[in-house]
Structure formats: structure tokens, C-alpha cells
Design a binder for this molecule. Structure first.
Ligand code: ADP
Ligand code: MG
Length: 479
């Protein structure tokens, strides 16, 4: 049978506030266990939560960025469950009335197709603490530093139809929260993670299949692998006459498989009710306008501007606007060059991106800055060096931190554009290879590449490639 995959994601983004959502404790990552947990975070009886206004502003800015309805009135609810790292016995979340309602965003797939993904809601909630299973064998310890850290949970519609779409969606949300400055997006530290709900159904069916929820995926690669594994598992199960059960599963990156964790609770198991310690959250038009006024140029708008202003393809514009920092770097290169936007785009999304990736560096930590890259690209544009030599120069810049001009001068890499010099090199190569020359003239066109290679070699790769090709064609054809 032909199966269709259905995916909906619940993304948890940790809001980048300095203090917690209902207490004054710091949220900074990496402190000694329980150094950032006060009486509210410890769940002492009689203490009262006080809502952090900055967390509200951040949630609202997300809502505006995905064109969602921001609720004029939303309510905090207690979600009751027992967990050792949840001393209150409940998590403060939002349930029936979330602060952000329906919205959507657009993803662009590798082949250029665009798709709109619905956002059901985004609600504010507090994170729980952490159980640590290290140190004393057989014992666990509780660290409540994370307890009360503000999160927004962004729930999507079940609109995605492949792991690739799910990853594209998650990346788009990741880009967006970082543009907005509301989440640092650090996935290793768990600041941005998702639960993937996955089901399959016979293609053409209009009913959804039973879903499994894969918890706490904290890398794009894991999301893709976990979904693909889960889809295959469910199809196997159904085709062998079995049934998918609604449950929570965990992805094991070492084994590359998902495993059952527990059967899924129904919402009514949580006994949600409005938290009597917190007033409803009311948001008026003036507050919305004030938040709207702080929004930066958002990724879609920036990509459209890049495509238009710099003549880039939509795909390239999308790549270059994946983060604000990358976009700023690119614009700085173009500004310094005073032109050459396409060449600059190729270098930023090509060699530069590859080296950053190889060394696992963010753009802000690039070993070649925008001024230096502009220096290199300028030398390609003015034909001082060829694009091919430029790759070697770039590598040398990356390693040494020096400027392109210094490396070009020191290594004598300046391109040969003198027609006479190139012709002399060609003459020598022809003289040295009379056999190949005769074959070429007898119609073996393939040998053209051989002569290009030999002449390039004779000039240590420095001949201007376009000139070399043209002159070579003339000379080989003969008088
Ligand atoms: P819960 O909060 O219990 O996990 P929700 O109804 O809020 O349940 O749904 C959570 C997520 O599951 C949403 O992102 C939704 O799009 C997705 N989802 C719902 N039904 C399916 C399904 N049959 N297949 C895949 N995803 C689904
Ligand atoms: Mg869920």
C-alpha cells in the first residue's frame, strides 16, 4: 500500500529573559546545581508567583511574527502531574486560553517549493527541573536551576508530510526566534527542542492515523532520523496486521531507533484548572503596538529584499538570511565591495560556510571577517586572481588571519593576463606534445581539456582561464 506521513511538531523555545517566569531567580545556564532556585522555584507552600513582563513581551512578539491572533485575555492553568523535578506537583502552563492563537509561517523546500504550515497556538509555561543520574551509583539528585525558566510551546497543525518538511519548519521557527532575540536557539543546552507527533495513513485517506509522540528531540538531524525511523516502524506494523498505539516514545541516537516510553496521557489526566494565584493576562492594543514597533526586519522580508536588491535567487537569499548575523556579514561584504553581490553571495554561502561548518564556528567567530572577504572577492572581480586560485588564498587567509593582498603578493599568485605570456606557454606545451596535437587536429576534441591542464600547469595555475581557453582554441586549430 501507498502510505502518507502526517507530522505535527510541538516546539519548546526557552525565552531569553534574565530571570524566571514567576520568580526573580536568574536563568543563566551552567550554574552550580540549585544555586539559582529560590523558594518559588522550590515550590514552598505559601509563596506566590509573579509574572515576568519580559516573558510576555517575547511571547507576543512571536505571535506577531507569525501573524497570529494575540489573545486579549489568556489564562494560566495548573497542569498536575508528579515528577521528582517538579516539587509543586504541577506545572504552570496555559491550556484553554493561550496567549498566542492561530497563525502560520511559510517554509521553502530544497527544490524551491513553498508551503504554508499552520500554527495552532503558542502558550507560555514554566520549565521543570532536572533529575541527575550521576555521582552516587543508584541514586539520583535534583537540580532545580531550570525550574521556572520561561518557555513558549509552539504547537503546529498536523500539516507536514515528510521528515524534510518537519525539519524545514523547525529551522524556520529556529531562525524566527533568534531574529526576534527571544531565544538563543542553543539546541545542545536544550534551549530549543521539539516533540514530533508522527502518524501514517493510506494515501488518499482523509482520516488521520493514530500518532506516536517522540519526545525531546534536540537536533535537526535527530528530528529527521527519528521521524524516518518512526514512519518505517508504523508502516511495518500496519502492513503486518498490527496497530499503532498512541504513546510517547524516545529516540535513541546511538541505536537510531525510537522506543516506547509510556502510554500517552489524555489531557483530562492532568486535571487542568486556572491557577488561582495568577490573574488572567490581559493584553491591549497599546501593548501590541509597542511590541510591534520593536520587531526587526523578519527573515521573509529580508530574503525578499535580498533577492530584489542584490539580484539573488530565492534560494540563495534564503540561505543568506538564515540568521541576522549571517545576513549582516553578507551585507557588509557587499557594502565594502560596492557591488558584486552575486560573487559575494557565492563566497559567503560557499567557501566561507564550508569552513565555518568544518570548524564548527558561528559566523561571528569567523576567522575571515567581512572586510577581509571583501578584499579577496575584489581581487577576483578585478581579475588579479582567478576564482580557483582564490580558493587557495581563502584557505591561507583562514589559517593565518592575513589579508588576501598580502598572501597574493607573497606567494606570487597574481593572475597572468598578459596575452603574450599565455601564448608563449601554449606554444611550449604544443611543442612538447606533438602527438596529442596531431590527434586533436585529426578530430579528437576531448584532448582540449588535456591542453588546458598542461598550459595551466605551465603557468602554475595563474593564467586567466577565459583568456587561456580562447587563445588555446585559436592556436590548436592551427594557422
Ligand atoms: P497533546 O498536547 O496531547 O500532545 P495535541 O492535540 O495538542 O496533543 O497535539 C499535539 C500535536 O500533535 C500537534 O502538533 C498536532 O498537530 C499533532 N497531531 C495531532 N494529531 C496528529 C496525527 N494524527 N498525526 C500526526 N500529528 C498529529
Ligand atoms: Mg504533546
Amino acid at each position: 500500500m501507498n502510505w502518507e506521513t502526517v507530522i505535527g511538531l510541538e516546539i519548546h523555545a526557552q525565552l531569553a529573559t534574565k530571570s524566571k517566569i514567576f520568580s526573580g531567580s536568574a536563568t543563566a545556564y551552567g550554574a552550580a546545581p540549585n544555586a539559582q532556585a529560590n523558594l518559588v522555584d522550590l515550590g514552598y507552600p505559601g509563596v506566590l508567583p509573579v509574572l515576568n513582563g519580559e516573558a510576555v513581551r517575547m511571547a507576543v512578539s512571536f505571535g506577531l511574527a507569525v501573524n497570529a491572533q494575540v489573545a486579549p485575555r489568556s489564562v494560566f492553568a495548573r497542569k498536575n502531574y508528579f515528577y521528582p523535578d517538579l516539587p509543586k506537583g504541577y506545572q504552570i502552563s496555559q491550556y484553554e486560553l493561550p496567549v498566542v492563537g492561530r497563525g502560520s509561517l511559510e517554509i521553502v523546500l530544497e527544490d524551491g517549493t513553498r508551503k504554508r504550515i499552520g500554527i495552532t497556538r503558542a502558550h507560555l509555561e514554566e520549565d521543570a527541573g532536572k533529575s541527575l543520574h550521576e555521582g552516587v551509583a543508584g541514586a539520583s539528585a535534583i537540580d532545580l536551576n531550570r525550574a521556572g525558566t520561561p518557555l513558549i510551546e509552539i504547537v503546529s497543525e498536523p500539516d507536514m508530510r515528510s521528515a524534510k518538511e518537519a525539519v524545514a519548519y523547525m529551522k524556520k521557527v529556529h531562525t524566527l526566534v533568534r531574529y526576534l532575540g527571544i531565544c538563543d536557539g542553543n539546541m545542545q543546552e536544550g534551549s530549543f527542542r521539539c516533540d514530533a507527533n508522527v502518524s501514517v495513513r493510506p494515501k488518499g485517506s482523509d482520516k488521520f492515523g493514530t500518532r506516536a509522540e517522540i519526545k525531546n528531540l534536540n537536533s535537526f538531524r535527530f528530528v529527521e532520523k527519528a521521524i524516518n525511523f518512526e514512519v518505517a516502524r508504523q508502516i511495518d506494523l500496519l502492513e503486518s496486521g498490527g496497530k499503532v498505539v498512541q504513546e510517547t516514545r524516545l529516540y535513541d541516537p546511538d541505536k537510531g531507533e525510537t522506543r516506547s516510553m509510556r502510554s500517552k496521557e489524555e489531557a483530562n489526566d492532568y486535571r487542568y484548572f486556572p491557577d488561582p494565584d495568577l490573574l488572567p493576562l490581559e493584553i491591549d492594543g497599546a501593548f501590541l503596538d509597542a511590541v510591534r514597533a520593536t520587531l526587526p526586519e523578519l527573515p521573509d522580508a529580508k530574503a525578499a529584499r535580498f533577492a530584489h536588491e542584490y539580484g539573488l535567487s530565492e534560494y540563495d537569499a534564503g540561505v543568506l538570511t538564515a540568521s541576522r548575523e549571517l545576513a549582516a556579514y553578507y551585507e557588509e561584504v557587499v557594502r565594502r565591495l560596492g557591488g558584486e553581490p552575486k560573487l559575494a553571495a557565492n563566497w559567503v554561502s560557499g567557501d566561507l560556510a564550508a569552513f565555518l561548518n568544518r570548524d564548527n564556528l558561528e559566523i561571528d567567530a569567523s576567522r575571515v571577517g567581512p572586510a577581509q572577504l571583501a578584499g579577496l572577492v575584489g581581487r577576483i572581480a578585478d581579475q588579479t586572481i582567478s576564482g580557483k586560485i582564490a580558493k587557495d588564498v581563502f584557505e591561507a587567509m583562514w589559517v593565518s588571519g592575513r589579508d588576501a593582498d598580502a598572501i597574493i603578493a607573497e606567494k606570487g599568485l597574481r593572475q597572468i593576463t598578459d596575452t603574450g605570456a599565455i601564448e608563449r606557454a601554449i606554444d611550449e606545451v604544443m611543442a612538447r606534445n606533438p602527438g596529442q596535437l596531431a590527434e586533436y587536429r585529426a578530430g579528437k576534441d576531448k584532448l582540449f581539456g588535456f591542453f588546458v591542464g598542461q598550459t595551466m600547469k605551465a603557468t602554475q595555475g595563474k593564467a586567466n582561464p577565459a583568456q587561456l581557453n580562447e587563445l588555446l582554441r585559436k592556436k590548436l586549430t592551427g594557422p
